[in-house]
Design a protein around this ligand. Structure first.
Ligand SMILES: NC(=O)c1ccc[n+]([C@@H]2O[C@H](COP(=O)([O-])OP(=O)(O)OC[C@H]3O[C@@H](n4cnc5c(N)ncnc54)[C@H](O)[C@@H]3O)[C@@H](O)[C@H]2O)c1
Length: 278
């Protein structure tokens, strides 16, 4: 699926895991539109082919690696693709893959196999992919890593304790690694999304038949997020505009974490922390 790509010294080389759809899809297209060489890893072959075609049409270049990022073989294939098509150089790494869906039960009823899958999907690959690509960044003395955590790393989410724990690990890893590699000219940050309208959490599913006007009572900025809302912050964190920012997890959530349990009352009449009094 990959054509030979002419790589220029000024073209940024960007790896995006889960770069086909949703937030990752917007991130890979965002970098593609600025002319980057995007190395996109995804499990969805059709979605990846579409993303690649759009990136190339927008003036970027794209290498696709198909596979499950939690598998060692996929991580090895990513390393080989970077060596072969990107001169072994990665300027920006976006560790985007993550999913809450394997968790279907309350913790005390959940089986260890479920924790293991959540671990692999939400934290483990952040370590393996970063471990793969960090030495090259250190050698060149520059690089930006942006991880994708969640607001649920910072507030309690019943039914998803394990998902929440591994994402808190992503944010803690972000912080500590940032300190560790700052002296090598590498910055490490994260975003913490909430309420993104993506294939994982489609707006229709989140609304579940309720009046869309109700969103204004749940989300201070009054709407669900579009993938570009998150991609813009990732692009900022990876850019020179954020050259003095490292170790941070930036909530991209329309204000839900700031509100933390406060809801706008119906018809705009003030706020309540008891939504049944809305
Ligand atoms: N959607 C939200 O509201 C929300 C909220 C908080 C955090 N997040 C986080 O944001 C990130 C992106 O979420 P999203 O909603 O865009 O996800 P999504 O499921 O809509 O899209 C994920 C992308 O990654 C690919 N993918 C999934 N599993 C993969 C795997 N094992 N290996 C390789 N590719 C894989 C998918 O094919 C898809 O292209 C995740 O880390 C998620 O936890 C999302």
């Amino acid at each position: 699926m990959n054509d030979v790509v002419a790589s220029s010294p000024i073209r940024r080389h960007v790896v995006v895991t889960g770069g086909a759809l949703g937030i990752g899809g917007a991130v890979s297209r965002r970098f593609g539109a600025e002319g980057a060489l995007v190395v996109l890893v995804d499990i969805d072959e059709v979605g990846a082919a579409t993303a690649r075609a759009e990136i190339v049409a927008a003036g970027g270049a794209c290498i696709v690696v198909i596979g499950d990022i939690t598998d060692d073989e996929t991580v090895s294939a990513l390393g080989a693709a970077v060596d072969e098509h990107a001169d072994g150089r990665v300027d920006v790494l976006v560790n985007n893959v993550g999913d809450f869906r394997p968790a279907k039960a309350v913790f005390f009823k959940s089986p260890p196999e479920q924790w293991e899958r959540l671990h692999k999907l939400n934290y483990w690959h952040v370590l393996t992919v970063t471990h793969l690509l960090l030495p090259g960044m250190i050698e060149r003395g520059s690089g930006a890593i942006v991880n994708v955590s969640t607001v649920e790393a910072f507030r309690g989410i019943p039914g998803n304790a394990v998902y929440s724990g591994y994402n808190a690990a992503v944010s803690a890893f972000t912080k500590s690694l940032a300190v560790e590699v700052a002296g090598f000219g590498i910055r490490v940050n994260a975003i913490a999304p909430d309420l993104a309208d993506t294939p994982q959490t489609p707006a229709e599913l989140m609304l579940a038949g309720r009046d869309p006007e109700l969103i204004k009572s749940w989300v201070p900025l009054g709407r669900f997020g579009e993938p570009d809302d998150y991609a813009d912050v990732v692009a900022f964190l990876a850019s020179d505009a954020a050259r003095f920012v490292t170790g941070q997890t930036i909530p991209v959530d329309g204000g839900t974490l700031a509100a933390s349990g406060w809801y706008r009352k119906a018809h705009g009449r003030g706020w309540t922390n008891m939504p049944d009094h809305a």
